[in-house]
Design a binder for this molecule. Structure first.
Ligand code: ARG
Length: 577
């Protein structure tokens, strides 16, 4: 259930009944302070101004039309015309029983599901995935899971870079190895080394460079042998990605790959359409679109180049074709792009041009969801100790090892197998959570000690909190599936916990709207803390029957909300650690 939506609708209806225009927003939010109640509507003042009325007077008229007696204890006017709502404990208790018994944590599936295309991960296949791909992959996947949980129709698009001049060099190197009878798949098992070796040949050996250029031309003109070689390379590179996705617990599969090359045959059509619409202009032999929106103060416009001198197409051309495909074939209502903030201008241009060219319907939303860079403690983009870009697979292996050492030192008696499993879950969770819990628009510093800490808004803290709640429920030795009876919200800590539990849907709605999983992380961290205060103040297992039964249900609700929330973030939980 979504209290905010519920109250907002009711207050809005009362506002309209009191004379406000249909579109007047009630602006109902969770209150910032307890004295303002649980929720506060801030929309009255703006509307009263429009009606040329005294805001407090208008607020009183709204209250006269507003009946919240079924859910609220008290509704009051405060300050210049805020409406403060204090919810009833009995109502919260009932909602929590609903939450416990529904199989979807009482989150209603949206009544108007949208088709949301999500472009995420999308690495270039010439190299192995590195730390720079972590954010797009992990944040995109959390948003995808959340949208699906809310009932939207989500289409994953892994827009991998599998085309371009660097493939000539890689194919030339494959060809050379083949001539030397080397075991290609062995050499390709480390793509990073392979790329560097190919690059060295390209830079140092002019004959090799010539061959590399020939192969680019052959590839682009559809030469069969060349395409076979390329296919083989792409297949191995994708397999590397898939290993990383599996390790990370990311839901991307082969069927979600929609590579750049898939649009090759459509690129000329894009150019033709832009020509027909008289949007193209030649500049130094290249085909460009100049849009006034992208002029600087001096009036100079940064153009979108869609075709190079000589006829080659670009990253932009492919993205225009992708927009058309997503609109016309996938029938998207919303397209989300989880891509580095440094590509902001590119996406603003693609979106503006797509609208001008009619590639998308006016009501379709195109949203770039930018994110900052993963930094090292030196304030520069994160690198390995040897100074190279950190390979994602190595990083994840290190995370698991570090987490294992940490857990092993805390649990000397635990079996090796279980320790390894906990190490895996905690290690991966720590890396993902460190990324997810920060506002994605800012850079963040990659730091092993903070991400593996058991204190603060971290994965180990939350996983440990979950396992504690789960163990309380388990120790009760009550078959929780048969738990019935009321949930009594009496003590202040019970109320705080009840309130938090009822706000789960609001948190995930924010993730879905803004593509920002850190809202859910902050919510789960708060929930865990609120539970701990409740547990300190309100004994569960030693309480007498009815109270015990009620508090146990609160604990059970906490456990399932934490578990579900972490699952939406793509994080596995542990029953003990
Ligand atoms: N492959 C690109 C890169 O690594 C990201 C692609 C993002 N998606 C898109 N539709 N352009 O920078």
């Amino acid at each position: 259930m979504n209290i905010q939506t519920l109250l907002n609708q009711r207050i809005q209806a009362a506002m309209v009944a009191a004379g406000a225009p249909e579109t007047a927003p009630a602006l109902t939010r969770q209150s910032a302070k307890v004295q303002f109640g649980d929720y506060q509507a801030n929309g009255i003042m703006g509307v009263a101004k429009g009606l040329k009325m005294n805001p407090r007077e208008f607020a009183q008229r709204v209250l006269d039309k507003l009946d919240l007696s079924d859910i609220a204890e008290k509704v009051e006017i405060a300050g210049p015309g805020f409406i403060n709502v204090f919810l009833k404990n009995t109502w919260l208790g009932k909602e929590l029983v609903e939450l416990r018994t529904s199989d979807h944590l009482d989150v209603l599936e949206v009544s108007n599901p949208e088709t949301v295309v999500v472009d995420y991960s999308s690495p270039n296949l010439a190299k192995e995935m590195h730390v720079g791909h972590l954010r797009s992959t992990v944040i995109g996947d959390a948003v995808v899971r959340t949208l699906e949980f809310l009932g939207h129709n989500v289409i994953r698009q892994n827009h991998v870079g599998d085309w371009g001049t660097q493939f000539g060099m890689l194919l030339a190197y494959m060809e050379r190895l083949r001539a030397e009878n080397a075991e290609i798949s062995m050499v390709l098992s480390d793509l990073e080394t392979f790329y560097r070796a190919a690059k060295t040949c390209f830079d140092d050996d002019p004959e090799f460079a010539v061959r590399a250029r020939e192969l680019v031309v052959a590839l682009q003109s559809g030469d069969e042998d060349c395409l076979k070689l390329w296919d083989e390379f792409i297949d191995i590179s994708l397999a590397h990605c898939e290993e990383t996705y599996k390790m990370l617990g990311v839901s991307l599969e082969r069927k979600h790959v929609m590579p750049e090359s898939a649009y090759n045959d459509d690129l000329q059509n894009v150019i033709n359409e832009l020509t027909e619409q008289e949007l193209l202009q030649e500049s130094n032999g290249a085909q460009c679109v100049f849009m006034e929106e992208f002029a600087n103060k001096e009036g100079e416009i940064t153009p979108v180049i869609v075709q190079k001198t000589g006829g080659g197409f670009l990253y932009s051309t492919t993205d225009l074709a992708a927009v058309r495909f997503r609109q016309h074939t996938l029938e998207a209502n919303r397209v989300l792009y989880f891509v580095d903030a440094r590509q902001s201008l590119h996406f603003q241009q693609i979106f503006t041009l797509s609208r001008k060219a009619g590639f998308v319907k006016p009501e379709t939303q195109l949203e770039h969801m930018p994110f900052g860079t993963v930094m090292g403690s030196d304030g520069k983009p994160f690198k390995t100790r040897s100074g190279t870009v950190a390979k994602l697979s190595d990083l994840l292996a290190e995370a698991q090892e570090r987490a294992y050492q940490l857990v092993a030192s805390k649990n000397p008696d635990m079996e090796e197998e279980e320790l390894r499993n906990i190490g895996r879950v905690v290690g991966i969770a720590s890396v993902k959570y460190a990324d997810l819990s920060k506002n994605r628009t800012s850079d963040y510093v990659f730091n092993w000690d903070t991400m593996l800490s058991f204190e603060g808004n971290t994965a180990p803290y939350l996983l440990y909190a979950y396992s504690r709640v789960a163990s309380i429920v388990k120790r009760s030795e009550i078959d929780v599936t048969s738990l019935t009876g009321d949930i009594a919200v009496v003590e202040a800590q019970e109320r705080a916990l009840a309130m938090k539990l009822c706000q789960f849907e609001e948190a995930i709605q924010q993730v879905a709207n803004d593509g920002m999983p850190h809202f859910l992380c902050a919510y789960l961290y708060d929930l865990a803390g609120t539970f701990m205060s409740f547990y300190e103040a309100c004994p569960i297992l030693n309480a007498e029957d009815e109270v015990k039964n009620s508090r146990l249900q609160l604990a059970l609700n906490t456990a399932s909300t934490l578990k579900q929330g972490l699952e939406l973030l793509g994080i596995e939980t542990l029953e003990r650690m």
